[in-house]
Design a protein. Structure first.
Length: 182
């Protein structure tokens, strides 16, 4: 990923500048993630997810990022948290919170993500982030943002083969820890 921001006297771009410069890329990734099943509620669209992520990022005053790759990784974590929070809220509403009677079509399969599994994955990914932050970032970029190995390699200045090896290490760790939780 080529930098789309000029270097302003050696200063690192802040979150707002990066968000503006990468808006279309972030929107595309949010659409791709939601299409993959990260959120099946029609109330959570790509634009909504992206704008909620912006509000969360903007609330962290003075946040600066050394490069676009780190910003994208951070944005991926924020989106992951929002998707999981939304799945939890939808699950709570489904179980009686905010009761509302409606007529539903019965010929449509339910594609809602399991909030319990998403929560467990998020917690396990946070553990991995404490042990090896670059591995956790690769999972965020690949799984939650939908970047290809090639795109991640370009962002991080690594070979595709190295990114694939790191992905495999992270996948093995997550699988082992998730199995222990069950």
């Amino acid at each position: 990923m080529q930098s789309s921001l000029p270097s302003a006297g050696g200063r690192q771009p802040d979150a707002e500048a990066l968000f503006g410069a990468l808006y279309s890329e972030l929107h595309r990734l949010a659409k791709r993630q939601l299409a993959r099943g990260g959120g099946s509620d029609p109330g959570l669209g790509a634009t909504t997810l992206l704008h909620e992520a912006y509000l969360d990022i903007a609330a962290r005053h003075g946040a600066v990022f050394p490069d676009e790759a780190r910003f994208m990784g951070y944005a991926a974590r924020v989106m992951r948290g929002l998707i999981i929070d939304h799945a939890r809220a939808a699950h709570a509403a489904k179980r009686g919170g905010g009761i509302e009677l409606t007529t539903l079509r019965t010929d449509v399969l339910e594609l809602q993500a399991d909030p319990g599994k998403l929560t467990a994955l998020s917690e396990t990914l946070d553990e991995l982030g404490n042990i090896d932050p670059p591995l956790a970032e690769i999972v965020d970029l690949k799984f939650f943002c939908g970047f290809s190995f090639e795109e991640i390699a370009a962002m991080r200045g690594l070979s595709t083969r190295t990114v694939r090896r790191q992905w495999e290490r992270a996948r093995i760790y997550l699988h082992a820890r998730m199995s222990e939780r069950e």
